[in-house]
Write a protein of this length. Structure first.
Ligand code: TRH
Length: 397
């Protein structure tokens, strides 16, 4: 029996930071927790640099946090980097993340290895979805049309018979240590440049706001302004910070350090931090607005009430995905809370519903309790990296 110890992971950045965010997290976990050799191929090193500032966006080959990083410009570059990496040219597992096509030079190597009787395990790592069909499609196989290779579909998910979601083994302990440490909180606020705001508004509800530009934002801002409890809203630089700046000041103020006060609302634009510094922001806030895939999962591990801005797709396909998650998440809530949560998430995602912050905020304690039971149920699925290792190992038995 071969033991799986090495990985090639291909990542095409379609948009924003979630594609590379998920791949980087997975690559580090395989390297650091499993002690495996990982080569991560990324087509857009600039996006990568944004979540990991030690990345050199001009380097074709580099090593960070125990992961070998290669710039995936085109087939020719993959071929030449593979030749330069001659030892070993190919690893035990080859992953096309978010269903991206593995480049031809790699497929050729894989086919050669297959003809020698030991093909690498080929994985199509899919998008995360709570939809029911995911369990039925997880682990399905598809033979290549020309080459003697079989692709395995690996679906992240929230149900049994899916790959689960990413969670580092020390995450819970790190969160608890952070929560118990006023010094860690101070250090976080200092890093974000908001220590004065946190000192001056000790009773405010702290909200982190990471989203796409959102037509519901003006309504939310108006409700925060009029909210009986003061709200401090921390907005990372980016799309929504720009929209907030347009709404409250001017677009040129969307940079770190910009501040606005309206009624009972204080808004601060904070830096877009390296990926491993994003969790503490979620842990320290009372309510988190998140988006896409990776921040959505991190908010679940933060055990705080959260609001998901799902990545918009054509024909409103994303609303079906949104509802699939809501169905699972609200199943353990009282009917009135479930309704209020669904309404708020719908309104935030442009589905017909009205946005009611007061209703949402009034459920905070019950949503915190739900976050804990949800975490327990997710942990029973195992974490995605470990599930993936076990799955690939099974394929080479
Ligand atoms: O950036 P996203 O919208 O990413 C994606 C992509 O758009 C992708 O094409 C799509 O398929 C996918 O969503 C569903 O949202 P996401 O997934 O939350 O990724 C953001 C990453 O950025 C995540 O790894 C957390 C990280 N991050 C930081 O590192 N620092 C920060 O300050 C913030 C706010 C986020």
């Amino acid at each position: 029996m071969r033991t799986i110890t090495s990985w090639d992971l291909f990542c095409r950045v379609v948009d924003n930071y979630g594609d590379i965010g998920v791949c980087w997290r997975l690559a580090r976990q395989l390297a650091q927790e499993h002690g495996h050799t990982v080569r991560l191929w990324v087509d857009d090193l600039r996006s990568f640099e944004k979540i990991c500032p030690t990345v050199d966006a001009k380097a074709d080959a580099q090593r960070i946090s125990g992961v070998d990083i290669r710039h995936w410009a085109d087939d020719a570059q993959v071929a030449s980097l593979l030749a330069a990496d001659a030892h070993p040219a190919l690893h035990d597992v080859v992953i096309g993340a978010f269903a991206c096509a593995v480049p031809e030079p790699m497929l050729k190597l894989m086919a050669e290895r297959a003809s020698q009787g030991s093909p690498p395990v080929w994985i199509n790592l899919e998008y995360l979805s709570a939809e029911k069909w995911v369990s039925e499609h997880h682990a399905m196989q598809s033979p290549h049309l020309r080459l003697p290779l079989v692709k395995h579909f690996f679906f992240p998910g929230f149900a049994r018979n899916t790959g689960g979601v990413l969670r580092e083994s020390h995450l819970g302990a790190q969160r608890k240590t952070f929560e118990a440490s006023p010094a860690a909180h101070h250090a976080l606020w200092h890093r974000l440049g908001v220590d004065d705001l946190m000192r001056d508004c000790p009773d405010a509800l702290r909200v982190s706001l990471f989203a796409y530009a959102n037509p519901a934002l003006p309504t939310l801002v108006a409700q925060w302004e009029a909210s009986p409890q003061p709200v401090v809203c921390l907005v990372p630089e980016g799309l929504v910070a720009k929209q907030v700046a347009e709404l409250l000041g001017d677009a040129s103020g969307a940079q770190t350090g910009a501040r606005w006060t309206r009624g009972n609302l204080n808004v601060a634009v904070v830096p877009f931090v390296p990926q491993e510094h994003y969790d503490p922001l979620l842990w320290a806030c009372d309510i988190n607005f998140v988006r896409g895939e990776d921040s959505f999962v991190r908010a679940q591990w933060a055990l705080k009430p959260f609001v998901w801005h799902i990545y918009p797709q054509s024909d409103d396909v994303h609303l079906t995905k949104l509802d699939a998650f809501l169905t699972r998440y609200t199943a353990a809530l009282a009917e009135a809370d479930a309704k209020a949560l669904v309404a708020f998430w719908h309104a935030w995602n442009g589905a017909p519903a009205s946005l009611n912050w007061a209703d949402f905020a009034s459920m905070a304690a019950r949503l915190r309790a739900r976050a804990v039971t949800w975490e327990q149920s997710l942990m029973q699925l195992g974490d995605l990296a470990a599930n993936l290792v076990a799955f690939c190992q099974k394929q080479v038995k």
